[in-house]
Write a protein that binds this ligand. Sequence first.
Ligand code: SF4
Length: 280
Amino acid sequence: MKKILYEDIVKAIAELCIEANYELGEDVYNAFKLALATEKSETGKGVLQQLMDNADIASELQVPMCQDTGTVVCIVELGQDCHIVGGSLYDAINDGIRKGYGEGYLRNSIVKDPIKRKNTKDNSPGIVHVELVEGDSLTIHMTAKGGGAENMSDLKMLKPSDGIEGIKQYVLDVVRVAGPNACPPLVVGIGIGGNFERCAYLAKKSLFRPIGKRHEDEGIANLEVELMEEINRLGIGPQGLGGTTTALDIKIEVEACHIAALPVAVNLNCHASRHKQAIL
Ligand code: SF4
């Protein structure tokens, strides 16, 4: 059985937190470039150029690309043949967040209690999902999720008879209501199926897939493309100032569900779509 040291997880998480906030992923940057070439609005083009300039400056000066440095969300693929030595996985991730947000001078955005609202002052705790997988590796998918886009996300228990048209209408309504508040251009993560809590997880998980990578099922991939076109016809545009680039990409994950249910969740991600990965 492979041993993975507690302190190696702490170090990996700290590096991911800093890198995610300083360096926009290549997939997002390339999506900006593509959008700049296709955007019809001059204002929209200007905003896209500013977002690219902002990402360049953040990388060059090693500073966060946005003042909202997000909630850390990790999806951990834990190999069933590996053993964590020196402490718990959850403690290691939270120690890594404390280290990364401290050393990277990243804003601390987490309150300990949602009612009393006292800041934990180290951006912990993060939100950790663990998936047990075959093998002896520990793969950490990490995102620093912006609060504005998260606030405009939504979940609805549709009726099975609402079907594909009901799903599309619901997703479009969520994006329309979000307008500029989710900091477009967006990455729209959609979970369909499972149950109440599982479809929210699927929507979040979909956002970890790189921009431009389509779902492996052809029907779902086509739905992603179709929804992307319809969302970009809403006219919200970059930063909500109008244009043809409301979304950089649409991601859908699906799972089995009850015969009486059609759960759908829409998790919006802003243009600061920060996701990184480490394999231990
Ligand atoms: S939602 Fe995203 S772009 Fe908007 S303030 Fe938060 S991190 Fe920044």
